[in-house]
Design a protein around this ligand. Structure first.
Ligand code: ZN
Ligand code: ZN
Length: 250
């Protein structure tokens, strides 16, 4: 109730550039409402980067108002060929799963190349993560700071852990998959998620400015989340559990 129960969706704004959204979890419905007000009455553009296609990361997309807004252009990005990206989403946003078909005309699909994409003054670089299906995290570089989104990720394979630590080097903000507690984790090896303790390790190693624990387990209540935050602070003081609607300025 306090930390929030929506599934992953993060908005990154750089003044003067279109919004960058990472993941289309259930939180994207509110974001769509906010954007509609912001763009009114003119036109707009949003760039939506998907990490992967697990339900919790795409289930808000059918309810994302910008998709149906005649003056808003939605650009979808993922580390898969553009045609596959369009198919993966189109197969979900249609009967019998949803009464409306994915609106085709105003949406555009792009594959994120290994070298990343530049959108205005912002550069978005892909970061391969370890998960049961392929996942791409993102390093978002702006003239004012760097934000790294590292969810969904399971620690333990050096090539991925080191890749993420390299990508997070000196970042102002690291958003990291802290789904499990270290006590819970041994029973869920291979599920594709990490812990707050690993989050603090990587934050220290990469020297990030601020760490946000992310992808909270739905079974952790507010009390448990507050305890996790406290424990994590002993290992890395600049840490907080991500909260619904939280805004951070870099
Ligand atoms: Zn996943
Ligand atoms: Zn997930």
């Amino acid at each position: 109730m306090g930390y929030g129960g929506n599934t992953p969706c993060v908005e990154i704004r750089h003044m003067g550039d279109p919004p960058i959204i990472i993941d289309g979890g259930t939180g994207i419905r509110w974001l769509g409402q906010k954007l509609a007000k912001e763009f009114e009455p003119g036109s707009g553009e949003v760039n939506l980067f998907l990490t992967h296609f697990h339900y919790d990361h795409i289930q808000g997309i059918p309810f994302f108002g910008s998709l149906y807004h005649p003056l808003i252009r939605v650009n979808f990005y993922a580390s898969v060929p553009a045609g596959q990206l369009e198919r993966n989403l189109g197969e979900q946003v249609r009967s019998p799963y949803f009464p409306v078909r994915m609106p085709a005309v105003e949406n555009h699909y792009y594959e994120v190349p290994p070298g990343g994409v530049t959108l205005g003054a912002v550069r978005v670089l892909p970061v391969p993560l370890k998960h049961p299906d392929p996942v791409t995290g993102y390093r978002v570089e702006t003239p004012h700071g760097v934000i790294v989104y590292g969810s969904d990720h399971e620690h333990g394979l050096p090539e991925y852990d080191e890749g993420l630590a390299r990508a997070a080097q000196g970042a102002d903000i690291l958003i990291y998959d802290a789904h499990f507690t270290p006590e819970e984790y041994p029973n869920f090896k291979g599920w594709g998620h990490s812990t707050w303790l690993e989050a603090t390790r990587i934050a220290k190693q990469a020297g990030v400015g601020k760490l946000f624990l992310f992808h909270h387990a739905p079974d952790h209540n507010d009390e448990e989340m507050a305890r996790i935050e406290q424990e994590a602070r002993k290992h890395f003081p600049a840490v907080a559990a991500a909260r619904e609607g939280l805004t951070v300025e870099v």
